[in-house]
Design a binder for this molecule. Structure first.
Ligand code: OAD
Length: 234
């Protein structure tokens, strides 16, 4: 039996790297080939919405072709066996949902959702967005943006996330470089509330706050940690 009662797991792009999706800051990552200021800010969308749509259309298409890997599946299995488990993801692909995760807080939004800047409704989308796309709710043309949290915007579900971090006894961060706040500060919050903190990542990052750092590819180290170290069932 797992020795911890309340588990909070944070994931980043590294967990989906093993499904073939590009991370942001590794060699060849998304931010090497695209400037954040041109594709991932509200100002960029005001200036050149077509370019921003093209960037997220390509991400949506890549995510649709990817499959959840053993790490996504392991987290869904752990959730099923836990009384108190919350998954916080910075990822905008839907691989956690497709692996079966339910108690998921997608703090940076979702590629498969659009938001209307006129009526503020959020709707599911699976096709490309363009500057002519019509809102399915208010029928306004050209009013849809990806439901993605851009730089300079407030991440989603922060009250709920803070409450979870302050109450957990195990915090595990997987496949995230720990460079983007507020997610980069979650370990500090969990630790200051006496949680045991673990990082599972391809390489150790500069974030030295963690009690344990286990390096390797997510599809190997995540199942090894939860099944072998914590005794969850495969
Ligand atoms: P990053 O690209 O910053 O970091 C990915 C981390 O995953 C790095 O530390 C890699 O070493 C690690 N990694 C790579 N491949 C891995 C593998 N196979 N197994 C395990 N770890 C692996 O991505 P995030 O930390 O998710 O935000 O980035 C955070 C946010 O910055 C993103 O949500 C996005 C980005 O700008 C927005 O767009 C708002």
């Amino acid at each position: 039996m797992c020795q911890y009662q309340k588990l909070v797991v944070l994931t980043g792009a590294g967990i989906s790297a093993d499904s073939g999706l590009a991370t942001f800051r590794d060699g060849g990552g998304l931010w090497e080939n695209h400037r954040i200021e041109e594709v991932a800010t509200p100002e960029a969308f005001d200036r050149n919405p077509a370019l921003v749509h093209r960037f997220y259309n390509a991400r949506r298409e890549a995510a649709a072709q990817a499959e959840p890997n053993a790490a996504h599946q392991c987290l869904a299995a752990v959730e099923q066996q836990s009384k108190d488990f919350v998954l916080i993801s910075q990822n905008v692909d839907n691989l956690h949902q497709r692996a079966g995760s339910k108690n998921l807080l997608s703090m940076h939004g979702q590629l498969n959702e659009c938001r209307c800047i006129q009526c503020h409704s959020i709707n599911e989308i699976h096709q490309d967005l363009t500057v002519e796309s019509v809102c399915p709710n208010c029928q306004s043309p050209g009013s849809l943006r990806p439901n993605i949290v851009w730089f300079g915007e407030m991440p989603l579900h922060m009250d709920e996330i803070m409450a979870q971090l302050m109450g957990c006894d195990l915090f595990v961060a997987i496949g995230t470089s720990g460079t983007v706040y507020p997610a980069a500060g979650f370990v500090e919050i969990a630790k200051s509330h006496q949680a045991h903190t673990v990082m599972l990542n391809l390489d150790g990052t500069d974030n030295t706050m963690f009690d344990e750092v286990i390096t390797g590819q997510a599809f190997e180290v995540v199942p090894a940690y939860f099944y072998d170290e914590l005794d969850f069932k495969r």
